[in-house]
Ligand binder design. Structure first.
Ligand SMILES: *Cc1c(COP(=O)(O)O)cnc(C)c1O
Ligand SMILES: [Zn+2]
Length: 430
């Protein structure tokens, strides 16, 4: 394969390099791979100017909030790019959620505003483009929901068959609906996400299907664009912190890799710190980081934030490396903290799915602990759309999640009344 600057795959564990002509997801040693390129051959200042020129584009592949940055994503000709013009998501003042977290300068980057309602589209546009580059005819993934929704959509656009492995009975309804609607062949397996992930890797090898989980290094390249776009929206002023949920740990790995590359190219002059937030019931990275222990999977992960209900994350090693680069921290949050933070994000008028709200719950916890300064500039990543998981929303506001140990602290209960003005008065208290 020919790229403008030398580009290769490199093992995160042992550093061995592979030519991209060879399609693979793992090193001989079992480590996972990164896409690397010769950054010394790139002029950072010129690149930044190119990206600024593309900012106002209205049509075409380079109007995408991923492919605008294609020199650091995958430098293919535009007509080989499979895109839904993903990215270009808004960044909001956190409002009520900022007060709740105790931050004066808190922005929420809403990745739930992507075409299929989660940041997964940024990785998937790149992963599907790579699938086409390798002349694949089918793609597959194991998913807690959003990956499958995204993959089914992009596969449909590219004319690829898609096969989805989801944990039985453990997927939010909005996500399952999308996977089915976009025509993904959906296999619900008896087991959890980690079982599905192990199975899909075997299946892809045996049946020669292209694997689109975040073990796929091209997906990570696409997801770097979240950070690029935030910085461009901030006129390249680097925030003090990014706060981001962690499940399979691909997204925080992407964010830190992107920041490291911008820094190396001189496009930014400092590297922001990163806080990765896990749910307390699915927290292998947190345990490892906090106790300085070797990686150990969490056996039966449990959390209402199904998007991060993962006990054996594939990208833990990339994630740790990113924490080093970004002087990062890892925090964990309880079910109650996630759902209360979500109530604030939602009541602020912004709205996001449960996993996303780890960003706000985690920011609050780190401010309370004195790790994040209340005056610091902080960007929280909201990873998915509020409509992805209506059951969690209704359950909280009707205070019907007690069986999961969650109270509706800020519940906004629906009220059933007789159709009379008097009843309305009573309900409104006037
Ligand atoms: C996938 C996902 C996450 C977790 O991202 P990882 O890269 O697996 O750590 C968090 N939130 C939402 C909404 C997701 O879809
Ligand atoms: Zn290796």
């Amino acid at each position: 394969m020919n790229f403008k600057v030398a580009t290769w795959a490199e093992c995160v564990h042992c550093g061995r390099r592979y030519d991209l002509d060879e399609m693979r997801y793992n090193c001989e040693c079992g480590g996972i791979l990164d896409i690397r390129r010769d950054l010394d051959a790139i002029d950072g200042a010129a690149l930044k100017r190119t990206w600024e020129e593309r900012w106002g584009l209205k049509r075409g592949a380079l109007a995408s909030g991923v492919w605008r940055y294609k020199e650091l994503i995958l430098d293919l000709p535009d007509d080989r790019i499979i895109t839904r013009q993903e990215g270009n998501t808004r960044m909001y003042e956190a409002g009520l959620a900022g007060k709740y977290a105790g931050l004066k300068n808190f922005l929420l980057k809403h990745e739930g505003e992507n075409p299929t309602g989660s940041f997964k589209d940024r990785g998937m546009t790149c992963g599907t483009t790579a699938a086409m580059m390798y002349h694949a005819s089918s793609v597959a993934c194991a998913s807690t929901g959003n990956t499958s929704a995204s993959m089914a959509s992009y596969a449909a656009i590219a004319g690829l068959k898609s096969v989805i492995f989801i944990p039985e009975g453990k997927i939010a309804y909005g996500k399952l609906a999308q996977a089915l609607a976009f025509g993904g062949k959906t296999l619900q397996i008896e087991g959890n996400f980690d079982d599905a992930m192990a199975l899909v890797q075997d299946v892809c090898r045996e049946l020669n299907i292209y694997l689109l989980n975040s073990i796929n290094p091209f997906r990570i390249e696409g997801q770097k664009a979240i950070g690029f776009e935030v910085l461009q929206q901030l006129d390249w002023q680097v925030p003090d912190w990014f706060v981001i949920p962690g499940g399979n740990l691909g997204n925080n790995s992407a964010l830190s890799k992107g920041m490291q590359e911008l820094y190396q190219l001189g496009i930014i002059d400092k590297i922001p710190r990163i806080a990765v937030i896990q749910a307390a019931g699915a927290d292998p990275l947190y345990k490892m980081w906090k106790n300085h222990t070797p990686f150990a999977p969490v056996k039966d992960p449990e959390t209402i934030a199904t998007a991060i209900k993962i006990g054996n994350p594939v990208s833990w090693e990339k994630s740790l490396r990113g924490l080093e680069w970004c002087h990062g921290v890892v925090e964990e949050v309880t079910e109650q903290e996630i759902m209360d933070a979500k109530a604030m994000v939602d009541a602020a008028g912004i709205g996001a799915e449960p996993a996303s709200c780890c960003s706000v719950a985690g920011a609050k916890k780190l401010v309370d602990a004195g790790v994040i300064d209340p005056e610091a500039s902080v960007v929280g990543i909201l990873t998915g759309n509020v409509l992805k998981d209506p059951d969690a929303v209704i359950g909280y506001h009707k205070d019907e999640l007690q069986h999961m140990g969650i109270r509706g602290t800020y519940a906004n209960r629906p009220i059933l009344i007789k159709p009379t003005v008097a009843a309305v008065r009573r309900a409104l208290g006037c």
